[in-house]
Design a protein around this ligand. Structure first.
Ligand code: IMP
Ligand code: ZN
Length: 346
């Protein structure tokens, strides 16, 4: 089997994908049509070209965080949110993804509250149409540049929905522009969620901030996202790297996101190679496949080409990712799906 086809067919696990950053051009067009059909013309101005950030885009790292407004403008009602969800899940499924932990930040909009936002996602996932066979779980995000009161409210809602729907809501995420806000301030909200049973993933070390990286590693989240500035060669310190190596916290790596947002200069220089060589648990993810025009199989292909990994090693990466799934009851099932494929094709 040629590599593109192998990587698309390889059952894969997506553990770091933001819903609003994952909207494709065709999903956005579908959402535009929905708003037009509903007579809500204020949402017609979707600047698709501005949403996508290709390699070499002149915008800065912080500018990336402005583009999400374009997607947010298209997911303001429960129906639009459901369209965005189903369309995005279908795309991940068509790309060979068999299990996804999708994350999203609940927002109050003109047409729904944060509670309705979560309720819509949870109920839509539970009642997904038959053609969606991808196993889906939800991670609720807290944004580091939102007021603390919002974070507390989201933590409360996450706990409430986790208690009612433990089959869907599995974790809490800390994300947003890393140059704004301080992790310390959000520890009480995140700790409450964790004490209630939610697993925690933190966007960690996206920019130079070794003291915050230390605080995050000491918090002992179940996973971290990116982990860019942890190794001393990558604007981290000996201490942060040793801490990560000791703690063996799994890292969600998003290569194209890092390159296109300019936190890493090119694929060859990506920290993947240090993590892979050091045996740090890692999982290849997309982050924002709409913004960065990528797919999970494409991310695997970049790894294959840049770091010269054979198909069997790529299959191994997909299989290992199962151990870091938050929904522990799903690990064996997802492993079986991948193993069956590997036995027949590797
Ligand atoms: P949403 O949570 O579904 O609305 O997805 C978009 C949101 O995810 C953005 O507004 C950011 O808060 C967050 N996000 C997306 N990509 C990144 C990233 O690379 N670092 C930190 N936060 C991110
Ligand atoms: Zn992210």
């Amino acid at each position: 089997m040629e590599i593109d086809s192998f990587l698309r067919k390889l059952p894969k696990v997506e553990l770091h994908a933001h819903l609003n950053g994952s909207l494709s051009r065709s999903t956005m067009l579908e959402l535009q049509r929905y708003y037009a059909d509903s007579g809500m013309t204020d949402n017609m101005n979707a600047f698709f070209d501005e949403f996508e950030m290709a390699a070499g885009d002149p915008r800065s790292f912080s500018d990336c965080f402005q583009v999400f407004r374009i997607a947010h403008n298209l997911t303001t009602t429960p129906s639009a949110l459901e369209i965005a969800l189903f369309s995005t899940l279908k795309e991940f499924q068509d790309d060979g993804c068999c299990y996804i932990e999708l994350r999203s930040t609940p927002r109050d909009t003109q047409y729904m509250s944060k509670r309705q936002y979560i309720d819509t996602l949870v109920k839509s996932i539970r009642t997904s149409p038959q053609h969606l066979t991808i196993i889906t779980r939800l991670i609720i995000s807290i944004c580091r540049h939102s007021p603390l009161a919002d974070a507390e409210e989201i933590a409360d809602l996450a706990i409430e929905f986790y208690k009612s729907y433990p089959d869907i809501v599995v974790g809490i995420d800390f994300s947003g522009n890393p140059t704004v806000g301080s992790f310390k301030d959000f520890v009480p909200a995140l700790s409450r969620a964790r004490e209630a049973g939610l697993k925690v993933t933190l966007h960690c070390g996206e920019v130079f901030n070794p003291s915050e990286v230390q605080e995050m590693l000491e918090f002992k989240p179940e996973r971290i996202g990116h982990g860019t500035c942890i190794h001393p060669k990558y604007r981290g310190t000996d201490e942060t790297w040793v801490n990560l190596c000791k703690s063996r916290i799994p890292v969600e790596l998003c290569l194209t996101s890092n390159v296109n947002s300019k936190s890493i200069s090119d694929y060859d220089s990506h920290h993947f190679k240090y993590y892979y060589t050091a045996g740090i648990p890692l999982v290849i993810c997309t982050d924002d496949k709409g913004v960065f025009s990528t797919s999970l199989s494409h991310e695997y292909k970049i790894c294959a080409e840049t770091f010269h990994l054979e198909p069997s090693k790529l299959a191994e990466l997909s299989l290992k990712a199962c151990d870091y799934i938050f929904a522990e009851d799903m690990r064996t099932k997802v492993k079986e799906i991948i193993s069956n494929f590997v036995q027949k094709n590797c």
